[in-house]
Design a protein around this ligand. Structure first.
Ligand code: ATP
Length: 595
């Protein structure tokens, strides 16, 4: 299959502002892809070669990619650098250079074109894979040579996309859910297929693999997909409620209440002496937490296991739990060792999803916890989350107070009914969080996605004055706006915003964004921020929950304030429109009760 077919689809996707069109282009592409390379097409369309959790990187810095362009075009590195400065990015620069080279003289043009072997998807994928895998001495040169060879045969447009992939900047904004939908339309058999594909994705989030099963074995093949040690599972998520009474009502009068630790969620996979750790976003974070790896290796008795818990930095001198931010230092590779000495982590485990060949996700929570307690050799550093069985609001409140006193942010209330399974990838009421937020009037903070920006004035001239923030609507896979946030940023953060968003700027509203406001700058939905606010109100300006509570109105957050960036969340993990509606309703209930 020709690579140019993919590139044509990318161009169409980039030019549309309608999500339905975007999906339709994908469906049209998927329908003509030969089944044996459908996985490659999916990965390439997402700007990668393998699912993210495998952590495969090209390891080719921009400078070296420029060198490859220079080689392919037959010019100097300095010339390439000059064109990059003019066009802003290497992809567009390469496109320009190739187009120019092939048109300078008829002789060159004919010669060049005649020798050019049109790129196939297979060759592109395989060469990119070789680039990623080249390691050891001379690897950099090998990578450059391989890339240059691809570029020599690439059309100018193809070169633009190849370089964007290599530099991790493809950014078509095609999310996993969009691809799932396109797959269900292109290959699914009837109504139920979307649910089956989604379940498979939740327990085995490798879209290339799922697409291949679907294209080669049909929906029955997808049904055969199983939980596998080494492949992360989409985490189960919690809803929230405002009072212990509401929580107990929802959970049938009694539940387990656990400390809600303020750390980083970790899904640990153990296979013999091998341990892998995945974040909430399913990134492989094993190398950031060598101390946690050791804990799992030594203290989980099962041969094979997948367990979940919260990883928390602890002050070794006082035993105090440190706040979430401390763990962020671990994200910088060179700081791991230092951070590990300063604040080693402790693990508070709260779930077991798989043990020695047995998938536990469909077992009720008490049974999963029982299994978990049997395989953990507890110490100070690795323990089961503190918990209590409660059946009255008073007991719940007491335990909550104790959790706060011990440095936690609240509690997690968990259903113990026979249907309390592990709902992979689902946010439901089987888990309910109960937090105290002193600062905000809202029952909870929200995590929103930046979809656009407005230029500032006065002191903020030349900087962003406010960002247009949106909640996620999973049913339609779009982002709907809910506020403009301009406060809460430090001067330094404000200064950095334009630079930070630069790679995501597009010249029109992204097809997955639903907005009535016209932003000055539009972004590919990518960056998630935690926002607090005074209250949620009906608003004619924002599209979140448009028309569902009142005709001609959506929901907006009043007096929103930026709290922090959430690099651990993907845009699809932002607060949903449904959650905003629930927050709005619970807030109205509280107001009614007070009145
Ligand atoms: P969410 O994960 O629900 O999207 P979030 O990351 O903003 O949102 P919260 O909503 O505050 O976090 O709470 C959920 C998170 O709490 C879990 O993802 C997990 O990391 C953490 N957590 C801490 N203790 C527990 C526990 N005992 N059981 C389950 N989760 C816990």
């Amino acid at each position: 299959m020709k690579y140019s077919v993919l590139v044509e689809t990318y161009e169409k996707i980039e030019s549309t502002t309608k999500r339905t069109e975007m999906t339709a282009y994908l469906v049209a592409l998927l329908k003509i892809v030969p089944p044996d390379i459908i996985d490659k097409v999916i990965y390439l369309t997402q700007g990668k070669l393998r699912p993210d959790y495998e952590g495969l990187e090209f390891g080719l810095a921009e400078k070296l990619a420029m060198k490859a362009v220079a080689q392919a075009v037959g010019t100097s590195l300095k010339d390439v650098a000059a064109v990059v400065r003019k066009f802003g990015d290497l992809g567009s620069a390469a496109e320009h250079l190739l187009a120019h080279k092939r048109s300078v003289s008829l002789f060159d043009f004919m010669g060049g074109e005649m020798k050019r072997e049109p790129l196939s998807v297979e060759r592109v994928y395989d060469t990119l894979m070789k680039i990623a895998k080249a390691a050891g001495e001379g690897a950099q040169d090998t990578k450059v040579t391989l890339l240059a060879s691809l570029l020599r045969d690439a059309s100018p447009k193809e070169a633009r996309y190849l370089l964007r992939i290599i530099l991790g900047k493809l950014r078509l904004g095609v999310a996993d859910m969009t691809i799932l939908e396109a797959l269900a339309i292109a290959y699914g058999s009837g109504k139920g297929s979307r649910a089956i594909i989604e379940r498979a994705y939740n327990i085995y989030p490798d879209l290339g693999y799922i697409a291949k099963m679907l294209a080669s074995k049909g929906i029955d093949g997808v049904k055969q997909i199983r939980i596998t040690v080494g492949v992360p599972i989409m985490p189960m998520l919690a809803e929230r409620l405002r009072t212990p009474e509401e929580i107990l009502n929802k959970l049938g009068g009694k539940c387990v209440v656990e400390y809600k630790y303020d750390g980083m969620r970790i899904q640990a996979h153990k296979k013999g002496s091998e341990v892998m750790l995945f974040s909430r976003r399913l990134e492989n974070v094993t190398h950031y937490f060598p101390d946690a790896v050791e804990l799992i290796k030594r203290h989980i008795k099962a041969q094979e296991a997948i367990v979940e818990g919260e990883c928390v930095a602890v002050d070794p001198d006082t035993g105090e739990l440190k706040p979430f931010q401390e763990l962020m230092h671990r994200r910088r590779k060179y700081e791991v060792k230092k951070a590990m000495e300063e604040y080693p982590v402790s693990l508070f485990l709260f779930d077991a999803l798989y043990i020695d060949g047995e998938d536990l996700t469909l077992k009720p929570y008490p049974e999963r916890r029982e299994h978990l307690s049997k395989i953990v050799k507890e110490t100070e550093r690795i323990r089961l989350a503190e918990y209590r069985l409660v059946s009255s609001p008073r007991e719940l409140e007491e335990f909550f107070e104790q959790a706060i006193a011990d440095g936690c942010e609240g509690v997690m209330c968990k259903a113990i009914t026979p249907n309390a399974i592990y709902q992979s990838g689902v946010r439901g009421f089987l888990w309910i969080k109960y937090k105290r937020d002193y600062k905000a009037e809202l029952a909870d903070t929200v995590d929103l996605v930046a979809v656009g920006a407005f230029w500032g004035r006065g002191r903020r001239a030349g900087k962003y004055g406010a960002l247009l923030m949106a909640a996620y609507d999973p049913e339609n896979d779009v982002f709907r706006t809910v506020c403009k946030v301009g406060s809460g940023f430090t001067d330094e953060e404000l200064e950095q915003l334009p630079e930070m968003f630069k790679p995501y700027i597009i010249d029109h509203k992204h097809p997955r964004v639903d907005s009535k406001m016209e932003a000055d700058v539009w972004f590919v939905p990518a960056i998630v921020m935690e926002i607090t606010g005074a209250e949620i109100t009906l608003s004619p300006l924002h599209t979140c929950a448009w028309g569902s509570l009142k005709e001609g109105a959506g929901l907006a957050i009043r007096f929103p304030r930026f709290l922090r960036f959430r690099p651990d969340k993907s845009p699809e993990e932002a607060t949903t429109v449904h959650e905003i509606v629930e927050l709005y309703k619970s807030q109205r209930k509280v107001i009614a009760e007070r009145a």
